[in-house]
Design a protein around this ligand. Sequence first.
Ligand code: CP
Length: 299
Amino acid sequence: IKHLTSMELLSNDEVLGLIKRAQDYKYQRIKPELKRQFFAANLFFESSTRTHKSFEMAEKKLGLEVIEFDAKASSVNKGETLYDTILTMSSIGVDICVIRHTDEHYYQELVDSRTIQTTIVNGGDGSGQHPSQSLLDLMTIYEEFGTFQGLKIMIAGDITHSRVAKSNMQMLKRLGADIYFTGPKSWYSDEFDVYGHYVSLDDMIGQVDVLMLLRVQHERHASGETFSKADYHAQYGLTHARYAAMRADAIIMHPAPVNRGVEIASDLVEAPKSRIAAQMTNGVFMRMAILEAILNGKS
Ligand code: CP
């Protein structure tokens, strides 16, 4: 793996290899073995708690030197471009940059550059892709079921604006899962039909193995768009009645941050079927596996 910008770049074997390696870290079957001292920088131009801090934790557990970067205090505020910011990181010797940015495909000019030597890990590009989230989600599903083949996975909510949904639908279909979509039609596009079927939440809730809830992404909606939290919760949210209708062995996922009482009833966030905290835990080990795979391939 040279750069990790999109799930499309990974083969099924690479995905399964990263899951196995992340499990090795999680269950302390291995210790980090990087071939030299590496330097990492995390550049977040969009808000983040999990991805930013989970990458930082993974970097520190691997023994990387982490170069602090605060977008608000950087020369971006003087008008410096993202390209010139990453050119600077590369020129001062940063080996790997984890970047979150509002622009879809922001990474293309960086990975196409002949001068920039630093490796790019996409921590989320607008509504595009979120590969490390997808990989930790896949790990969480695999830990539960030991396979993807034939699993019924329902992705629910703000699908159009969700980079998590886009990363997951592609890879889960390729790995053999059956994908169902539900949520407001206005946040759904026919382009997703190649990956799964749009269904009624209440018709399907009792059949799925995995219910993957998505955050309502107000920051990506047109200003003035009306939204009722109570209406959304009643129509598309995980209520207590829907929770009770789920299969005994089904699990609930959500990439978080959660809008409590909107996508999911607040007291179901930590309910027995919920794997929301497990996803966050797995994120550290998956990011260790990602960073290690990339860095040990570098000279
Ligand atoms: N799941 C996720 O990307 O969370 P953050 O926005 O807090 O990083």
